[in-house]
Design a protein around this ligand. Structure first.
Ligand code: ZN
Length: 433
């Protein structure tokens, strides 16, 4: 079901609404946030320079460090007495970032999350279990309000304690599960250990967010649970969940663009890219009062599709996030993401899931090497077999990356295993800056 008429506006109506709200937002930060005013003055931009939507490119870029540097209240555009809620992101180092919501912001957030729920087919007959953390994290509360708004029953289980999650799911007849896709895969393992079959549950749909969702994970969840799923996307800096969401067509995430104006920029040059190009997502909030964001760099790599969707929604879709611009390598002028290489390797039979990417300079040229382990040690005996495997990997990489890579096959269990995030990329190039 389409929850809000804003999801099916004609392009021109949407653009008119966006422009009106963009002007209001720019005025608001100019008046109330000295940080933005100073940055605009440095660029020689004033609110009256915003005449069309494209003029958003005149505005200064905002990055996560700006939120940290202005911790806690420096970017707020509303006085404390009109803020009704704080949330914060978990910073891995130093201070977190903190965001504040006015009553109108809470209403907007709730409506955006109701659209997420509704697009996944959630309604009054559903019992939805939220396995996202509550507390300062935005995930639990955001989805909680949205799901309650569409009339479903909320089970605020919060994160962790898988046995208890499964007990609630069985006893309450949970039909919708809100979690990260990797947690759902973990749950399926706990189910297997405890002899719980998918048919013992009433689960029919998963609403996944909080991390990327790869086609491989989607297939695996489908295979193990036999449920439909939708992916949704959000950032604490923008509101939390509710920025964009898939419908059951699973054909990209519809952006709530009446509230969040998206742009795609080249992550290296910062230039705006033409429609349909892949690059870094940048959002300007259009209705937030507490802490508006002007051209916030998400570091997430995606692309936009303005074609209307088969579901009837017309709001623009963003592709599932391909990677982080932080991870991006520029090799011989081509943007390369480790996730692209990983996706290629997953399609090749006979090699293991571990790999290492090594970038070096040779005769002033970038050289890319991929090291992978073969799973079957006996294959090392057959020279022709190895050559064939290398040829297959190189060819598949060339199709995706458009550059040549050296492929090195290693004995099983050669690459270092680490408990945490493994270091996949070793860049040995000499930096000339
Ligand atoms: Zn759709």
């Amino acid at each position: 079901m389409i929850w809000n008429p804003a999801e099916k506006l004609k392009r021109q109506e949407m653009q008119e609404l966006q422009l009106e709200r963009l002007k209001q937002t720019v005025n608001r930060v100019w008046e109330h946030v000295p940080f933005y005013r100073r940055k605009m003055e440095e660029l020689g931009v004033r609110p009256e320079h915003i005449k069309t939507l494209k003029d958003v490119a005149l505005l200064p870029i905002t990055v996560k460090d700006d939120l940290r540097d202005n911790y806690p209240y420096g970017l707020f555009a509303a006085p404390q007495r009109s803020i009704v809620r704080f949330h914060a992101s978990s910073g891995t180092t130093g201070k977190p970032i903190v965001v504040g919501y006015t009553r109108n912001d809470m209403e907007m957030w709730t409506d955006c999350c109701a659209r997420v729920a509704s697009a996944a087919g959630i309604g009054q007959d559903d019992i939805c279990q939220i396995a996202f953390g509550y507390g300062m994290f935005t995930g639990g509360f955001g989805m909680h309000y949205g799901i309650e708004r569409v009339g479903a029953t909320v089970v605020p289980a919060s994160s962790g304690n898988s046995e208890r999650q499964l007990m609630f799911m069985q006893d309450f007849g949970t039909t919708g599960l809100i979690a990260t896709p990797s947690y759902v895969l973990h749950l399926t393992e706990v189910m297997a250990q405890n002899g719980i079959k998918p048919s013992d549950l009433s689960l029919r749909v998963g609403l996944f967010g909080g991390e990327g969702h790869t086609p491989q994970m989607r297939e695996l969840i489908e295979e193990r649970l036999g449920i439909a799923d939708t992916q949704n996307y959000g950032l604490t800096e923008l509101c939390g969940p509710g920025v964009s969401y898939e419908c059951l067509e699973n054909a990209g995430m519809h952006i709530n663009e009446d509230h969040f104006l998206p742009e795609i920029i080249d992550p290296v040059t910062g230039e705006a890219l033409p429609e349909g190009e892949q690059g870094e997502l940048v959002f300007t909030t259009l209705s937030k009062e507490g802490i508006p964001m002007i051209r916030y760099r998400t570091k997430d790599i995606s692309q936009l599709n303005y074609e209307p969707c088969a579901c009837g929604r017309t709001n623009v879709r963003m592709s599932l996030v391909r990677g982080r611009s932080d991870d991006m390598m520029v090799i011989r002028g081509v943007n390369v993401f480790p996730s692209q290489i990983e996706a290629v390797l997953m399609t090749v039979q006979g090699i293991g899931p571990h790999y290492q990417i090594i970038v070096t300079t040779e005769h002033f040229m970038d050289r890319l090497e991929i090291q992978v382990e073969i799973t079957d040690g006996e294959r090392l005996e057959s020279y022709a077999g190895l050559e064939g495997l290398i040829r297959e990997i190189r060819q598949k990489l060339r199709v995706v990356l458009q550059i040549d890579a050296k492929v090195t096959l290693l004995n099983p269990q050669t690459l270092e295993r680490t408990a945490g995030k493994s270091k996949r990329v070793i860049d040995k190039r000499e930096k000339c800056f």
